[in-house]
Write a protein that binds this ligand. Sequence first.
Ligand SMILES: Cc1ncc(COP(=O)(O)O)c(C=O)c1O
Length: 339
Amino acid sequence: MIELRSDTFTQPNRAMRQAMYDAELGDDVYGEDPSVNALEARMAELCQAEAALFVSSGTMGNLIPLIILGGRGKEVILHENAHILQHEIGGVAAVAGTLPIAAPGERGILRSAAVKSRIKETDYDIAHTSLIAIENTHNFEGGTCWQKEQLEEISTLARYKNLPIHMDGARCFNASAATGLSLSDIFSYCTTANLCLSKGLGAPVGSMIVGPKEIIHESRRWRKILGGGMRQAGVLAAAGLYALEHNRERLKEDHFHARMLAESLEKCSWAEVDIRRVETNIVFVKTPGKDAKKIESLLAEKGVRVINTAEEEIRLVTSLSASLEDINTACRILEELEM
Ligand SMILES: Cc1ncc(COP(=O)(O)O)c(C=O)c1O
């Protein structure tokens, strides 16, 4: 099977498993796991952040900053198609108690005019804005990247309004590979960020929160409250360290593979794809008048796994799970599919 449903399906290779096996361990709840400490130090260094915290998932990596910076009865402004809003089971409201205020934005990018008009800061009888949340790359807008000028624009507004920015950077490594902006360049516009190790980087588990020391200290306490204090978590952190060392450079290959798929899809009568939107490893495809579920199962029968994201839409995501050879095969299967 050629796996194109998500970059979360990657399996650790032998070398990553060996690194996990060899990891030095301690009790991370006591801050004594050397592998976790090394991973946190490495991620802080990469982002030029004061500190970092290893958490179990991207969802937790978003939820904790929402709790701390969002807060109960306050409002967070985010994109209408944001993962935090649409795909994290309402944790922003259910756990953080923060009211999500959705704003539109082309390709998932929040422009300052759309955000500014939604900021509430004065009257006593309304909820006030406490946070702006951005997503980079933007998953459900097609893996699109924030450009430097766009980051500058939103952070200028945030500074002016004295609001923090949290970045859901589940795929920020892809954004960095695609835009040429370093992780620290991108993070310099944010207060906190969530960076996933278990997407394109190929680690089996884990995400990092990066930010100022006091926020990371508080995040550690919230992680414990949420049941995310793990003991010998170094087995997992070792995979993350391996991924940071070996799997960042190759993300460009995944981006190239996504373009190959998009080019093949452009030739298919049943598919509509906007190749300009294919900036990283995600390809969204409209299937006008055709049942996307049926396309998903026909492709699965032929050995290609994609996912239907709407009645007439499928998504393909490239990752370590699919080699160049797999992509060539998938392109042929897509082009041969009759609907
Ligand atoms: C943009 C984005 N943010 C956050 C997450 C949540 O990550 P996790 O599945 O590790 O909780 C995902 C998961 O796919 C995602 O795509």
